[in-house]
Ligand binder design. Structure first.
Ligand SMILES: Nc1ncnc2c1ncn2[C@@H]1O[C@H](COP(=O)(O)OP(=O)(O)O)[C@@H](O)[C@H]1O
Ligand SMILES: [Mg+2]
Length: 400
C-alpha cells in the first residue's frame, strides 16, 4: 500500500525538461541578464572610463608633479578639468593618453612596423583568460598604444566586459563570422569602438559557435584549393588591423576549437594564464600535448609555426591553498616561459568583474587600499613585461 502511494506521488510530478522548457529557460535568462546589466550600468546607460587625478597621471607618465604643473602652464597638453576653485584637477582617459604619448618615454610602434598580435589561450574555463585580455588591453592603452581586442569565444564574456550585451547589441555579421564563411576577406568591417579610449573590439555572440561547423565543412569543399588552410583564415584577414593597431589581442574559448587554432596560428605571442591549482595545471599539460601534435602536423604540410614569445602567467594565486606545490610543478614544466610576476587571487578582480569591469575600471576602491594596490601593482607589472616583449619585436623588425 505504502509502495503504491509513493509510486503514485512520483508519477504525479513531471520533472522532465523538454525543448519547450529549455526555450522558456532561455527566454527568462535573456530577460534577467538584460535587467542585471541595466542595474549594473545604472545610472549611466553605458560604461564610462575612469578619470585620472594629477597623482595618477604623473605616475603614468613617469614625471613629477612639478613637471606636470609646468607642462599644464605651458599649454601644449590638455589641462584637464578642475570643478571649482581649489578643487583638484582630473583628466579624461583620452587626455591622459595624450600625456602618456608625449611624456612617458615608453616605446611606441615605429613607422613601417605592424601591430603585434597576442593570443590568450588555455583549455580550462575560469582560468582568467578573459580578465587577462581585458586588463592587458587596458594596461597597454595606458602605455600609449592603440589596441584591438578580438572576442573569439561564443560565450562573449569579453564583449560583455566592453559594455556590449552579446545577445542584444551584436549580430552574427558583427563578429569574425563573415571572414570565416568567406563573405569577407579582411576583418576591418567588424571593428567597433568601446567606452575605453584606445581600445576597439571585434565582438562575439553565441552564434559564433557556428564557426565550428563552417570550418570543417570547408575543409572538405575546398580540399582542392592549396591556398586555403583551415588554420590560417584569421591570420589572412588581419592586413588592415595590423596596420591600424599597435597591439591585437585574441580572447579564446576554453577549447582547442577551430577558432582557437586560428587564433594560435595568428598570434605573434601567446599568453597562457594559469592559476596554480592542480586541475588547471593538468589541463594546461593536455593543451600542450594536443597543440604540439597539431603544429607538428602542420609542419609536415610545410607550415612552420613560430611564436615570438610564449608566456605563462601565474594568475589568481591564492595564499592559503596548494599553490606553492603546484607553482613548483609549473616552474619545472614551463621554466623561463613563466613570467616573473604573479596576479594574486583578489576581490578587486572578482568584484569588479561582477560589475563588468576590471582593476583599471576602478575610480575609487571602496575596500582596503592595500588590497587594491596589491592587485593594481601586479597587473601593472604584467602589462610592463608584455609591453617589453612587444617593443622587442618592433626593435627586431627595425634591425631586419
Ligand atoms: N586575480 C583574480 N582573483 C580572483 N578572481 C579572479 C581573478 N581574475 C579573474 N577572476 C575571476 O575568475 C572568473 C573567471 O575569469 P575569466 O577571466 O572569465 O576566465 P576565463 O576567460 O578563462 O573563463 C571570473 O569570475 C573573474 O572575475
Ligand atoms: Mg573567457
Amino acid at each position: 500500500m505504502k509502495q503504491e502511494l509513493q509510486t503514485a506521488t512520483l508519477r504525479a510530478i513531471d520533472t522532465s525538461v523538454g525543448v519547450d522548457q529549455l526555450l522558456e529557460i532561455d527566454k527568462r535568462a535573456t530577460l534577467m541578464l538584460g535587467k542585471v546589466r541595466d542595474a549594473m550600468l545604472a545610472p549611466h546607460p553605458a560604461k564610462d572610463a575612469p578619470r585620472f587625478t594629477t597623482t595618477t597621471l604623473s605616475a603614468l607618465c613617469g614625471i613629477d608633479r612639478a613637471r606636470l604643473n609646468y607642462l599644464i602652464g605651458k599649454g601644449d597638453l590638455p589641462p584637464g578639468e578642475a570643478k571649482g576653485v581649489g578643487k583638484s584637477r582630473t583628466f579624461s582617459l583620452t587626455e591622459a593618453r595624450q600625456w602618456i604619448r608625449a611624456e612617458s618615454g615608453l616605446p611606441f610602434r615605429p613607422n613601417g612596423q605592424s601591430g603585434v598580435s597576442i593570443v590568450a589561450a588555455n583549455f580550462k574555463g575560469g582560468s582568467t583568460k578573459t580578465t587577462t585580455v581585458m586588463t592587458l588591453a587596458q594596461g597597454l592603452t595606458l602605455r600609449g598604444h592603440r589596441v584591438l581586442v578580438v572576442d573569439l569565444d561564443p560565450q562573449a564574456s569579453l564583449t560583455s566586459l566592453c559594455g556590449l550585451l552579446p545577445e542584444k547589441d551584436v549580430v552574427e555579421g558583427d563578429t569574425v563570422m563573415p571572414l570565416i564563411s568567406g563573405e569577407a576577406t579582411d576583418l576591418g568591417y567588424a571593428i567597433r569602438p568601446t567606452y575605453w579610449d584606445g581600445m576597439d573590439i571585434i565582438p562575439s555572440m553565441p552564434a559564433l559557435f557556428a564557426a565550428e561547423f563552417h570550418i570543417p565543412s570547408q575543409v572538405i569543399s575546398r580540399r582542392n584549393d592549396p591556398s586555403w588552410q583551415f588554420w590560417n583564415i584569421l591570420g589572412n584577414g588581419m592586413k588592415s588591423i595590423r596596420e591600424a593597431y599597435d597591439v591585437i589581442i585574441f580572447d579564446t574559448a576554453p577549447a582547442l576549437s577551430y577558432l582557437t587554432i586560428n587564433a594560435l596560428m595568428a598570434g605573434d605571442g601567446m599568453i597562457m594564464p594559469l592559476p596554480p591549482r592542480s586541475l588547471d595545471y593538468a589541463s594546461s599539460t593536455q593543451f600542450w600535448s594536443l597543440f604540439s601534435d597539431l603544429v607538428e602536423n602542420f609542419r609536415k604540410q610545410g607550415f612552420e609555426k613560430r611564436f615570438d614569445f610564449v608566456s605563462v602567467l601565474l594568475s589568481s594565486v591564492a595564499t592559503d591553498t596548494s599553490a606553492p606545490v603546484v607553482r613548483d610543478w609549473i616552474m619545472d614544466t614551463y621554466q623561463q616561459m613563466v613570467l616573473p610576476v604573479e596576479i594574486p587571487s583578489t576581490s578587486v578582480a572578482g568584484a569588479t568583474s561582477a560589475q563588468f569591469g576590471s582593476v583599471y575600471d576602478v575610480t575609487k576602491w571602496e575596500g582596503s587600499q592595500k588590497t587594491y594596490q596589491r592587485a593594481r601593482q601586479a597587473y601593472d607589472g604584467f602589462v610592463d613585461l608584455i609591453n617589453q616583449k612587444i617593443a622587442a619585436k618592433w626593435a627586431a623588425g627595425q634591425e631586419a
